[in-house]
Ligand binder design. Structure first.
Ligand SMILES: [Zn+2]
Length: 149
């Protein structure tokens, strides 16, 4: 009991009686910690892909996938408008709207329906669905921005 009681005390005193000359070290370690946190934040922010219109989080780089051997595809819709799309496994920031259709599908064997930003309702792309219930998102790349460009 006595040794338990007495042993932490010298440490306490040492902390309190620390030479003021050691202060710069303390400040340095604080700065390093701040830098560490900043780097962590940058890493965290980089992950997300946002709606260009409203900055809502749509998906993340980690969700990026290749479909038909490429992440990025350029397609024209029946009206001749070109879209550069990137493929993503999921897009939690999207809201899907309308019924699935196989008409003019850009990916063989997939039906599609429209995906919009769930925050500002900008049309961001399409969600594709296979007959085996496999889904992915094709999102219009110039309507998205990286959270940390
Ligand atoms: Zn939006």
């Amino acid at each position: 009991m006595i040794s338990d009681y007495s042993s932490p005390r010298p440490d306490h005193f040492q902390l309190r009686l620390r030479d003021p000359a050691e202060k710069p070290n303390k400040i340095n370690s604080k700065v390093i910690l701040q830098e560490k946190n900043q780097k962590k934040e940058e890493k965290f922010n980089k992950k997300f892909i946002l709606c260009k219109t409203c900055n809502h989080k749509i998906t993340s780089k980690e969700e990026s996938i290749s479909v038909s051997n490429s992440h990025q595809h350029t397609f024209a819709n029946p009206a001749g408008i070109l879209f550069d799309i990137g493929c993503f496994k999921s897009a939690p920031g999207c809201q899907n709207t309308g019924p699935f259709t196989a008409e003019f599908s850009w990916f063989k064997g997939f039906k599609w329906r429209i995906s919009i930003c769930e925050s500002c309702f900008t049309h961001l792309g399409w969600v594709f669905l296979s007959s085996t219930n496999h889904t992915f998102f094709g999102l219009i790349l110039d309507r998205l921005i990286d959270s940390n460009p």
